[in-house]
Design a protein. Sequence first.
Length: 506
Amino acid sequence: MAEGGLDLLLINPGGRERVYQQLGRELTAIEPPLWCRLIAGYARDRGLTVEILDSEALALGPAQVGRAVAERRPVLAVMVAFGHQPSASTQTMVAAGEACRAIKAACPGQPLLIAGGHPSALPERTLAEEAVDFVCKGEGPVTVVQLVQALKGPGPDLAAIEGLVWRRAPGGPAVINRAAPLIADLDADLHGEVWDLLPMARYRAHNWQCFGDLAARQPYASIYTSLGCPYSCSFCCINAPFESNRYRMRAPERVVAEVDHLHRRYGVATFKIVDEMFVLNERHVRAICEGLIGLGYAERLNLWAYARVDTVRPALLGLLRRAGFRWLALGIESGSAHVRDGADKRLRQDDIVAVVRRIQDAGIAVIGNYIFGLPDDTPQTMRATLDLAKELNCEFANFYSAMAYPGSRLHALAERNGWPLPEGWSGYSQHSYDCRPLPTGTMTAAEVLRFRDGAFHEYFANPRYLDMLAQRFGAEARAHVEAMAAHKLRRWLLEPCIEPVLEATA
């Protein structure tokens, strides 16, 4: 065993400013790392000594991470590059790679594994390009524990470790072992109840979640109630670590107990439900809501979660609001039915408008998520998307450029067709300097990005939106958004002289 007796050190990579530029300083959330928690709980239940190093929350640079690992000398260090949403795994790879190189510089003999959605999607490439000894292909807990146990024994049999990607000899070809089974009992095995291992005072909510009281961004926590997604949108890579569309749920009473623990132990009232699709199974959602109401303080809670337009049941909305849900995020994606169909989002525009209004009428704010540059997009369809966003006038909006994230069907299509992809992993970030979205059949990547950035500023400078915001949340929220929208992202792709598309198609 390593000096000090530490079996496993799980590392959450940082690099917020690389991903978000200046927006990462104050506006973005800092979330507890879900998969660090889940792997840590699984390992600790099996008798391993575990620590989590959240370099994002602690604002540690690569050299500091390297020194911290050298001081602890665990049997195994694991870089957990999952990110806080499926598309964020690839974005974290820049910081994760830098930290891995720093670890190997500080302690060359340290066994190091990298796990996450991106490594699962590109295991052989990750092993070839990153300064790691092993890659995990899959969700991680089983592979990590088996590897620690093997490294602690005499002459480890690496070929027997499920989900491991490794080399038999330095510089040799990658060996991909058989897959680890998906964990069936989430409550017994993936409970993630290791909050004592995290710097809880460091986490904060997104700015928009607390428009009514910006001081309430801390304390903050994110929890999950399900894993996976039964849908298969072409732009999404959520199922890369799971290699299936299987949808697994936690027992509602365990979810409620976790909220109660975090509220009583750490004073948390502001929560994110990290599920890619929370409002899906009506019985599951209803049981969680009824349990939260039963705690007796749901009116003090501020929760947000993801939903689909076609799974929001009007009968649930009042219950969600009484349970403390103040925000729902909807994947609207496009204002063009043809473009939505091409992305496997078959929604009618009338349904989108009706569902948004029902949610708002229930007292729940809406985040509309929109994508520009899907394969069938044109300047006209992108303008239709922005017009729809302005018509809906949601309390907040996220504007994305279509990205071919590793693990998505769009990525496979881009590689098959030879479409240009970002030169570095940070280029997959929506807010990075080197952001490079997909081109469409009629528009270059630069034109798509220019439209996206212009759409952001047009939406958040719209007097109708700002007036609604002031009426709903107060003058402070309006002033905050006006200051937020004053930030202009620098874009490498837009520094050459390119004719603006937004105004031309208005």
